[in-house]
Design a protein around this ligand. Structure first.
Ligand code: CP3
Length: 354
């Protein structure tokens, strides 16, 4: 074994973690912080670990998953780790022919556009992803009192990659199928929801303390279409995960008009991008939910004084929420200076200490 997995996390100490408390809307000593896409991208030690190893190969190697997940935890005073993987990993694991191309993103060899394509999406079992179980187990031993966030892609975002064949600006083929073939759409979304549920369950069974459902591109959909064609499936995912007893975070980009519906789908925490101030987001989401967000990731390219002023504003507006987890409004951008992120994590703790 490349890591020591026999030091279990102490459930009582873990339960006191500011991140999990904020998710549960309990009082916290300081606002917890982590960064979407904190693992990888801008870290030189990540680039070194990945030398000569393709992305999907790295995601199937427990030693690399553990190392890359731990890198930002060593460097930054973040309150949570996020499992190093990708939203496409469970699809690859059930045999979808796909690759993750550097600088491009996921590319599908044979896009899914009909019933026989949808039928290729067979259920995921834990045996399809033994490296996930092994890596989560190893991480739980290394992380001590720091919670591990498991994650998965949501059906709309996964469907978009599968139907378009790769990244897409307008998601036109995806929407054509959603509008024009509701029966096929439902079958595809149901199969993806089952895969997502199974992938999240594997991570929680192995020791993840929270889960985040990334519906990154669902902001392309109008509220009424979200309600009719997306919410039934994300709703089922959150309902099935509820029994696992871990906080459920739901995030998408450009979702200002969907925040209430995304909370209503069953998340405990709604992730907010940088376009909607958190006090306004709290109003849109309504009571009974915590919020996560939402500093514009591009702000990290501004002078520190500007970052500090805007981070303070995020913290102040975040007080309107019943619980607040500080994060960026989307993932860390690849050329971000790690020193700035380190300073930001420290600043969030200092400025919010109570
Ligand atoms: O630190 C973390 O957040 C954990 C790891 C993580 C990755 N992908 C690693 C990764 C997470 C949570 C994801 C989720 C993911 N993957 C999403 C949802 C989050 C979001 O950003 O909205 C999406 C849409 C994907 C699909 C995907 N995979 C894209 C768009 C890309 C970027 C392509 C590029 O190179 O610009 C990937 C590749 C990817 N996933 C990388 C990493 C570290 C880069 C691959 C590399 O370094 O070679």
């Amino acid at each position: 074994m490349p890591f020591d997995a026999d030091v279990p996390q102490d459930p009582a100490a873990l339960g006191q973690s500011p991140f999990l408390k904020a998710c549960r809307r309990e009082p916290v000593p300081h606002t917890p912080v982590w960064f979407m896409r904190q693992a990888g991208r801008s870290l030189p030690e990540y680039l070194k670990a990945r030398e000569g190893v393709a992305m999907l190969e790295a995601c199937a190697r427990p030693d690399l998953i553990v190392e890359i997940t731990m890198q930002p935890v060593r460097r930054y005073s973040v309150d949570a780790a996020i499992f190093f993987s990708d939203i496409m990993v469970p699809l690859r694991a059930i045999g979808v022919d796909l690759d993750i191309k550097p600088g491009v993103g996921p590319v599908i060899a044979d896009p899914i556009r009909d019933r026989s394509g949808a039928a290729r999406l067979r259920p995921l079992t834990p045996d399809d992803v033994p490296y996930v179980t092994e890596a989560v187990g190893g991480l739980v031993g290394e992380l001590g009192d720091t919670p591990l966030i498991g994650f998965a892609g949501a059906p709309f975002t996964l469907a978009s990659y599968l139907i378009e064949g790769g990244p897409s600006k307008n998601h036109d083929r995806t929407k054509a199928l959603m509008y024009g073939e509701p029966g096929l759409w439902a079958e595809l979304m149901d199969r993806l929801a089952d895969i997502t549920i199974a992938f999240l369950k594997v991570q929680v069974a192995a020791g993840a303390s929270a889960v985040q459902l990334f519906d990154s591109w669902v902001g392309a959909v109008a509220p009424e279409d979200y309600r009719a064609s997306v919410l039934p499936f994300t709703g089922r995912i959150f309902a099935e995960i509820e029994a696992l007893g871990v906080p459920r975070i739901h995030f998408g980009v450009g979702t200002g008009e969907l925040l209430g519906l995304m909370g209503g789908a069953g998340a405990d925490v709604v992730g907010v991008d940088w376009r909607v101030p958190l006090d306004e987001a709290a109003r849109r989401v309504g009571p009974g939910k915590a919020l996560q967000g939402n500093l514009d990731p591009a702000l990290l390219f501004a002078p520190w004084e500007v970052v500090e002023r805007r981070a303070r504003d995020v913290l102040e507006r975040g007080r309107a929420a019943e619980g607040h987890v500080f994060n960026l409004g989307h993932g860390v951008l690849p050329t971000t200076d790690p020193e700035k992120l380190a300073r930001l994590a420290d600043f969030v703790h200092e400025a919010s200490a109570r």
